[in-house]
Design a protein around this ligand. Structure first.
Ligand SMILES: [Mg+2]
Length: 217
């Protein structure tokens, strides 16, 4: 166990690219449908390639697909994101992860757990069940279709978690793969962070989720 995590009582997780690796086929399918929506809305971009470059540039600055869609002018950005995600359902590619299940049963004995994912609740639950995890293992699940808090990059979902939790921020650690959507908003509220991937702003970084065992257990 790493010393800085000694006071932790609650461990939180992002879902996509944190509890499972990205599937290139699914990522591509989501991207193609997003870019086509953009091209439909902005025909002046002329080609798929031009629309993709336009989208990527905004996304790099914003760090969230839904916020990027909103910036482009989609009032129903969440609905569009939902359609793109459900059309390219990642859960089809997921399977039972025994190592992950064992890790979670150990974590559960020591901490209470929470999930914060911008994925809508039905899609997130489907993915968890495919991995072999019951959504019930999380004391709190905050999803992208939660009417009170549905965005991460502005910290809303993390603030909502702190309101539910009632523990001081420093007793939580959040594990995620995105600098802008996971690490920075959690860190700005005083929540400790672990990055899956090479993000120096986090308190610790790991190359895959199984490595949290060395940090937290
Ligand atoms: Mg993620």
């Amino acid at each position: 166990m790493l010393n800085i995590f000694r006071k932790i009582k609650a461990v939180g997780f992002d879902l996509d690219r944190t509890l499972y690796k990205e599937n290139p086929q699914v990522a591509n399918k989501i991207k193609v449908s997003l870019v086509n929506k953009v091209l439909n809305k902005k025909p002046e971009l002329k080609s798929f390639k031009e629309a993709e470059e336009f989208y990527d540039k905004l996304y790099m600055a914003i760090g969230s697909n839904t916020q990027t869609l909103r910036k482009i002018g989609f009032v129903n950005a969440e609905q569009i994101m939902y359609e793109c995600l459900s059309n390219a359902d990642i859960s089809e590619f997921l399977s039972h992860d025994d190592r992950l299940c064992k890790l979670f049963s150990k974590l559960q004995k020591k901490y209470w757990l929470f999930l914060i994912s911008t994925k809508p609740s039905d899609l997130a639950k489907k993915a968890l069940i495919k991995l072999g995890l019951s959504p019930d293992i999380f004391k709190f699940c905050i999803h992208g279709d939660n009417p009170q808090a549905k965005t991460k990059t502005d910290g809303l979902m993390f603030k909502y978690l702190l309101k539910l939790s009632k523990l001081v921020p420093g007793k939580h650690v959040y594990i995620g793969d995105s600098l802008k959507a996971d690490i920075l908003p959690a860190k700005n509220l005083g929540i400790l962070t672990i990055a899956v991937g090479d993000i120096n702003e986090a308190n610790a970084k790991i190359s895959n989720i199984y490595e949290i065992e060395n940090l937290l257990l």
